[in-house]
Design a protein around this ligand. Structure first.
Ligand SMILES: Nc1nc2c(ncn2[C@@H]2O[C@H](COP(=O)(O)OP(=O)(O)OP(=O)(O)O)[C@@H](O)[C@H]2O)c(=O)[nH]1
Ligand SMILES: O=C([O-])CC(=O)C(=O)O
Ligand SMILES: [Mn+2]
Length: 603
């Protein structure tokens, strides 16, 4: 049999045999017009962004240097959890919270979808590294994609191209990540600005550390280094190797006494990670610096503490609601340019606008590419519209954000979006109780995933859509992680809720920069300086124990935000029981004990 000739296929910048044979195999299956190895250069960025402008996918922004506006197909706007699969060999390993299909069956289906799917397009091979390039064991991957939008997004979100490929040598392990938008072009057929396919699959093969994605070009469906690798696949690696891959921001908080603490926080998608990561404290003398806004990989260091690394290289942040009042640091970061904006509105003078950014201009082009005025019935920007911007440009990035050793975590926050029940902050009694808080975390669904929004669901550790294996085993892994360490070296675990509402539905707590007051209390608890009330659900501060100096909010509201309400918690118990029943036998005994103890305390 003679090898197929596809331009570029034989011009690989590597001798890595497994990589070369996989690239050939994919090219022969998908039949692209040409194969291009992404090098991550400025020249490549210029070439591809120009191509995207020609294709009508990008509009260059006049008001932000080297930045582009894109509008996706209206059917391709968020992660598709219904179409996301964990194809473990044994269905038990996917557990009750994941969609599962037999790997052989899934491969047969997707192989047919991939057959010829890149006709008329270029196949890009993107070597990338999640986390610092100079890590002792760099976490490598290769994404093959037929989307230029994905290539340029990966330029921002990952360390990629030649500098990543240099770490492959001839035999490094890497995660295979295959992506196609699933929109081949027949000769003479015109392209559309956002090609995609009605049929979508986002598939993880955990044993093979492999990802196959088809049909979507958006966000976590398509940028496979993010949720697919750094959470779904990495959580399986972490289980096997004794570390944690979590949906957490990482921030550095420095007190007026110049004591620095690193805090990691897990909130579900669109529940405030990016905002907390870049917070501008409203209390004098306190400083926040950012290390990451979405994902933390945590491993024990030689000193027995848990060290966190952010595997990403950029921010993929929710645009609506972001402005100079809520998140000035994000605004300053994107103002420097070199950024992509997807599904926000375009102003007539070539800038971006979205809901929450002050007074709307008299006329906009909406994310649906329609004329928009302040009288329009529809939103100008999709609720899951995003900016994509390099961390390196963030003025408040912590200097150590790229340190391969990571930073030692002192506190972990779990948080959700709950209109009732959950106090502004609760400190766990110990690690096991904190794991119980995480395992029973709940939140209202948001626009970050396709589906109904505002529905309360359990979202354990904010990882419901991202745990790559059985959720019960995942809880056990958290328990075991605690057991493997000295209790006094473990981070303290807190449960927070910025989203409690009053009877008139307004938020009781002003949030954003004011959350620094909550961070301060948590740090003072670490230092043994602040008091708390012991309640059946954990240690909760009274309003008097928070620093409320200069806070522009009624005292009653703060008290209501902090309130432990036994009746609301009794109503919560059946939901937790239902959740544990869903997880089944694998709920760790220690977490069942926590539930029974909570019930007793609630009476
Ligand atoms: N009321 C209130 N809203 C907040 C607060 N922090 C964030 N938000 C809003 O919550 C939404 C999502 O915030 P993000 O910080 O982007 O959420 P995220 O967790 O990073 O989301 P993903 O990137 O999807 O993982 C935005 O509309 C914010 O304006 C807060 O403290 N209070
Ligand atoms: O993965 C995405 O598409 C965006 C994101 O950060 C999330 O949904 O948590
Ligand atoms: Mn975010």
């Amino acid at each position: 049999m003679t090898a197929v000739t596809i331009p570029g296929l034989d011009h690989a910048p590597t001798n890595h045999p497994r990589l070369l044979s996989w690239v050939r195999e994919v090219a022969e299956l998908t039949c692209p017009d040409e194969v291009v190895w992404a090098d991550g250069s400025q020249d490549e960025w210029n070439r591809l962004t120009a191509k995207l402008v020609d294709a009508g996918t990008f509009v260059p922004l006049k008001k932000k240097p080297n930045s582009f506006w894109a509008a996706s197909d209206p059917t391709d706007v968020a992660r598709v959890e219904e179409r996301t699969f964990i194809c473990s060999v044994d269905p038990q390993d996917a557990g009750p919270t994941n969609n599962w299909m037999d790997p052989a069956e899934m491969k047969a289906i997707m192989t047919e979808l991939y057959r010829g799917c890149m006709r008329g397009r270029t196949m890009y091979v993107i070597p990338f590294c999640m986390g610092p390039l100079d890590a002792e064991k760099p976490m490598l991957g290769v994404e093959i994609t037929d989307s230029e939008y994905v290539v340029v997004s990966m330029h921002i979100m990952t360390r990629m191209g030649t500098k990543a490929l240099n770490r492959f040598g001839d035999d490094a392990d890497f995660v295979q990540a295959l992506h196609s938008i699933g929109a081949p072009l027949e000769p003479g057929q015109d392209d559309v600005p956002w090609p995609c396919n009605e049929t979508k699959y986002i598939t993880q093969f955990p044993e093979e550390r492999m990802i196959w994605s088809f049909g979507s070009g958006y966000g976590g469906n398509a940028l496979l280094g993010k949720k697919c690798y750094s959470l779904r696949i990495a959580s399986v690696m972490a289980r096997d190797e004794g570390w944690l891959a979590e949906h957490m921001l990482i921030l550095k908080l420095t007190s007026p006494e110049q004591k620095a603490y690193y805090i990691a926080a897990a909130f579900p998608s669109a529940c405030g990670k990016t905002n907390l990561a870049m917070l501008e404290p409203t209390i004098p003398g306190w400083k926040v610096e950012t290390l990451g806004d979405d994902i933390a990989w945590m491993r024990f260091g030689e000193d027995g503490r848990l060290y966190a690394v952010n595997p990403e290289n950029g921010f993929f942040g929710v645009a609506p609601g972001t402005d100079y009042h809520t998140n000035p640091n994000a605004m300053r970061t994107i103002a420097k340019g070199n950024s992509l904006f997807t599904n926000v509105a375009l102003t007539d003078d070539g800038d971006v606008w979205w809901e929450g950014m002050g007074e709307p201009p008299a006329h906009l082009t909406s994310w649906k590419k329609q004329d928009w005025t302040p009288d329009s019935d529809e939103l100008s920007s999709h609720p899951n519209s995003r900016y994509c911007t390099p961390i390196d440009q963030c003025d408040i990035k912590a200097p150590e954000w790229d340190d391969p050793n990571g930073v030692p975590i002192s506190a972990i926050f779990f948080g959700g979006r709950r209109a009732t029940t959950i106090p502004l902050i609760t400190e766990s009694r110990d690690w096991q109780h904190g794991v119980f808080m995480g395992a029973t975390l709940s939140s209202e669904t948001t626009a970050a995933a396709v589906g109904k929004t505002g529905v309360v669901r359990r979202d354990p550790m904010a990882m419901l859509p991202f745990i790559g294996y059985h959720a019960g085993d995942y809880f056990q892994h958290w328990i075991d992680t605690g057991k493997s360490a000295d209790a006094d070296k473990l981070p303290k675990i807190f449960y927070v809720n910025w989203f409690r509402r009053g009877e008139d539905k307004r938020f009781l707590w002003p949030g954003f920069g004011e959350n620094s007051r909550v961070l301060k209390w948590a740090v003072e608890r670490l230092e043994g300086k602040a008091a708390a009330v012991e309640t059946p659900i954990g240690h909760v501060p009274t309003a008097g124990e928070l620093d409320l100096d200069g806070l522009d909010a009624p005292r009653e509201d703060v008290e209501a935000a902090l309130r432990f309400d036994a009746d609301e918690w009794r109503a919560e118990i059946p939901m937790i029981e239902e959740w544990f029943a869903k997880i089944g036998e694998k709920v760790p005994t220690s977490l069942r004990d926590e539930l029974e103890a909570l019930k007793l305390r609630l009476g």
